[in-house]
Design a protein around this ligand. Structure first.
Ligand code: IPM
Ligand code: MN
Length: 352
């Protein structure tokens, strides 16, 4: 029968706890739908770095390139200076594996509380496509006259025609498949006039190739406002790396919090990587109280990428069932169930 290799990076903090539940559910989905997932764990993250000084050996990157897909828990450790692991593992993989779409669904499931008044699941259901290999994240810039009163720091945003075009083309293709067929470009054409002129020109040109997709544009600050006031306006939002980082934390909050926010780093021609977007949550580590649903939903996105649409849909359905029947809250420690019990429930509903 079919089998797929899944490279697993449990990572730091609560990463290993949520990944354990994600694997449980994926395994159950595989046996139900007749395919095998061969998980290979990679020990990366703060503990390895503190023990050995290694962040991400080149040989590991080469092995990850050979996987069908990557499943990641969380990266970030309280005893390691911020940036070393995040840039050295997470961002390096996104860049080296050329995962140019950071796909982040913002979907309010039935039974989940949103802080938005008078908004329900029918109002909050969109996807953000965050460009994932360029922008400020390239790390271009430098210090000038460092340490002097005249010091200056420059941080440049890199935007290439090719990088913008591939992200937008992917977004038009996805928008075309959705019932509402709408794509919103999120930028800052009124201030960042070089970068966003190029984005906007590329957007306008591509729009002609996709007459069936309706398009609009909003500045990133206004997008933050509309995401709170009128989230029902959005279907697919395309944006750059930095703006996408920011608006997807806002998105996670309106869909019920980090406990449920999943994402994928997609290379449509290569190896993609799926992760809960919430981080390593050191405060909750090792207590078996963190919510694994974001990681489980990321597993659902992973299945979709492997072409297992039916299995992916049933994972989502099982999550919806747990949300409506079982959980008291999405917050760590308040769910009414432990991390592993939530995973058990999802796996159980999957096979029911
Ligand atoms: C995210 C995170 C990362 C990012 C950090 C940890 C580098 O915030 O995945 O959104 O900024 O992309
Ligand atoms: Mn972020």
């Amino acid at each position: 029968s079919e089998s797929y290799s899944v490279a697993v990076i449990p990572g730091d903090g609560t990463g290993p706890e949520v990944i354990r539940e994600g694997k449980k559910v994926l395994q159950a989905a595989g046996s139900l739908y007749g395919f095998a997932l061969n998980f290979v764990d990679y020990d990366l993250g703060g503990d390895r770095f503190l023990k050995t000084g290694e962040v991400l050996p080149d040989s590991v990157v080469e092995e990850l390139r050979q996987a069908d897909v990557i499943y990641l828990g969380a990266i970030g450790h309280p005893d390691v200076q911020p940036g070393i692991l995040e840039k050295g593992i997470l961002l390096r993989l996104r860049f080296e594996l050329d995962q140019y779409v950071n796909l982040r669904p913002v979907k309010l499931y039935p039974g989940v509380d949103t802080p938005l008044k008078n908004k329900g699941p029918e109002d909050i259901d969109f996807i953000v496509h965050r460009e994932n290999t360029e922008g400020f994240y390239v790390g271009s810039g430098g210090f000038f006259k460092k340490g002097t009163p005249d010091e200056m720091a420059i941080q440049e945003s890199i935007n290439t025609r090719k990088g913008i075009e591939r992200l937008l083309r992917y977004s038009f293709e996805v928008a075309r498949q959705r019932p509402r067929k709408k794509l919103t470009l999120c930028g800052k054409t009124n201030v960042l006039t070089y970068a966003w002129d190029l984005w906007n020109r590329t957007f306008q040109e591509l729009a002609k190739e996709y007459p069936d997709v309706s398009t609009d544009y909003a500045h990133v600050d206004a997008i933050c406002m509309w995401m709170v006031k009128n989230p029902e306006w959005f279907d697919v939002i395309a944006t750059d790396n930095m703006f996408g980082d920011i608006i997807t934390d806002l998105g996670a909050m309106i869909q019920g919090g980090m406990g449920i926010a999943a994402g994928g780093n997609i290379n449509p021609e290569g190896v993609s990587m799926f992760e809960p977007i919430g981080g390593s949550a050191p405060k909750y580590t090792g207590k078996n109280i963190i919510n694994p649903l974001a990681c489980i939903l990321a597993g659902g996105l992973l299945l979709e990428t492997l072409g297992k649409k039916e299995a992916a849909d049933s994972v989502e359905k099982a999550v919806v069932k747990v949300l409506s029947k079982d959980l008291k809250s999405l917050d760590a420690g308040r769910m009414g169930y432990s991390t592993s019990e939530v995973g058990d429930r999802v796996a159980e509903y999957l096979s029911a």
